[in-house]
Design a protein around this ligand. Sequence first.
Ligand code: AKG
Ligand code: FE2
Length: 207
Amino acid sequence: MAAHDLRGVTLLKGALDAAGQAALVAELRAVAAAAPLFHPETARGRKMSVRMTSAGRLGWVSDRRGYRYEPAHPQGMAWPEIPPRLLTLWDAVSGSAVPPDTCLLNYYGEGARMGLHQDRDEAELHHPVVSLSLGDEALFRVGNVERGGKTESVWLASGDVAVLSGAARLVHHGIDRIRFGSSRLLPQGGRINVTLRVAGATGTDSP
Ligand SMILES: O=C(O)CCC(=O)C(=O)O
Ligand SMILES: [Fe+2]
């Protein structure tokens, strides 16, 4: 597996093969059937363009009360189990002995994007974040731990993994755009991103 470094973020091209991607998409459909995708609202009341759901002991939610992890979906059901295939991927690429307790599923339809941000809603910020791309290609931008400064971008393809760990755990990152229809993995088009994290304690609003 070829590993590249983008401003401290480890990029693993083709970490999941085509058969693994197809099998995982079916498993993620089951996750979304049990815990429906929703459009999170930011604390400022804006709808995000991606739709999200989660698997695992905790799931990430956002509404007027802010960003946080919760033990239940906004509609009340428990989050489904994390597909075992993703736990195997975590073991292979994360370098962490602590298993993830949350898996965020982001769905990018045509025109969806995600602005530059840090992942910092977890109770402990030293565990890695493992991020897997499925479906359409996406332009991934990576900046710095501090706000502002130089950024660099790379196109992520289906099966690629990015690992944010060590000094790069808190770098700003985002998705500028996707190339809608560039992959045939999802019949409806678009992109799925799954991120595995150790969220830790529940109910913590970010500062
Ligand atoms: O879609 C991606 O590749 C990035 C997702 C992300 O940064 C996040 O969910 O925090
Ligand atoms: Fe992120």
